[in-house]
Design a protein around this ligand. Structure first.
Ligand SMILES: Nc1ncnc2c1ncn2[C@@H]1O[C@H](COP(=O)(O)OP(=O)(O)O)[C@@H](O)[C@H]1O
Ligand SMILES: [Mg+2]
Length: 310
């Protein structure tokens, strides 16, 4: 299964949520690859705490292996891979668990810039890479650059190719629970130059593409939290705002029928982008609700019922 992670804006929680979902899937026994297609800002290595590639793969002398950016541009050597359990500096991640699958990071290139065009060379190399990865791993998470980026174009063109038509694909659109983010996410998907129209231009069938898209709300505040009777007016106001956001989301086709799930605001993630371990909850540092949300998203991603046309 190929899972493309998109968002209209940066700072939407796309990478943190995607990497935590990948980790949860790995714990559930799946073999997972995580490909960093955020070419302008390839920092997935930092999330998995693999110091050597925390800003992407450095440009070294003996380029026997390259990052994704250079690979797609036509370098004829292999893509570097980092087994997270074997290369992370975080001890809790190093031992992933006896029933767990593999979790492998394919980093971008340090200093790799955004692509300017999605030409045939790049698209064909992308197709070859994704075909191989999809054969080897049960789930391939592809973290795309934000917005209507060339990374998104490359992904759409690649998935429109005949040879990739029969692969299972999911498009996840991450957004925060605010007015601007809801409108931006709607624009990214349904707008005139959005994911769906662009995809159709490249040869996708509209209904199929729509059926493969789900939204993920990140860092959603609990409207009732931290409020005593003293703050009655504020509590009322917050609940009204939450209701208004729900209406806005539904009106913009981001409502429950197209929702995969949501994550709560997590204090740890406000301070530090990281994988939330079960041990972080046991140590009373992270909230159980956060882990529950990632597990739920991971299960829903794999649950065909959640992806049936409504
Ligand atoms: N559930 C959450 N609660 C609080 N902060 C979060 C949550 N999820 C993500 N964040 C934080 O939001 C910021 C942006 O997330 P990130 O995944 O880097 O966004 P993107 O990849 O969309 O640019 C990060 O600092 C991250 O730790
Ligand atoms: Mg990111």
């Amino acid at each position: 299964m190929l899972v493309f992670s998109t968002s209209d804006k940066g700072g939407s929680g796309r990478s943190v949520t995607s990497s935590n979902i990948a980790y949860r899937l790995c714990l559930q026994g799946y073999d997972v690859a995580y490909a960093d297609f955020d070419f302008g800002s390839p920092t997935a290595g930092a999330l998995f705490e693999i110091t050597a590639v925390q800003r992407g793969l450095p440009d070294n002398e003996d380029d026997s292996e390259v990052g994704l950016h250079r690979y797609l541009l036509g370098s004829y050597v292999g893509v570097a891979r980092f087994d997270v359990g074997a290369t992370t500096d975080r001890s809790g991640l190093r031992y992933i668990g006896s029933n767990a699958g593999r979790l492998v990071l394919l980093p971008g290139d340090e200093g790799g810039a955004e692509f300017l065009t999605s030409d045939d060379v790049v698209v064909n190399r992308c197709a070859r890479l994704l075909t191989e990865l999809d054969q080897e791993f049960e789930i391939v998470v592809i973290d795309l650059s934000a917005g209507r980026s060339v990374a998104l174009e490359i992904a759409l063109k690649t998935m429109a190719l005949e040879q990739l038509r029969d692969h299972v694909v999911r498009w996840l659109v991450f957004h925060r629970w605010t007015r601007q983010h809801i409108l931006a996410a709607a624009g990214l998907v349904y707008g005139p130059n959005g994911l769906v129209n662009t995809g159709v231009n490249y040869g996708h069938r509209r209904e199929e593409l729509l059926a493969a898209i789900r939204f993920v709300r990140t860092a959603v505040p609990a409207p009732n939290a931290h409020l005593g009777a003293r703050h009655g007016a504020q509590a009322t106001w917050l609940q009204e705002q939450n209701a208004a956001l729900k209406r806005l989301a539904t009106h913009n086709k981001l409502g429950l029928t197209s929702l995969l799930g949501a994550t709560p605001i997590e204090q740890v993630l406000q301070w530090r982008e990281q994988i939330i371990l079960d041990n972080d909850v046991v140590a009373n540092i992270a909230a159980q609700e956060t882990v529950d949300a990632y597990n739920y998203l991971a299960r829903r991603l794999m649950d065909n019922v959640a992806w049936e046309r409504l």
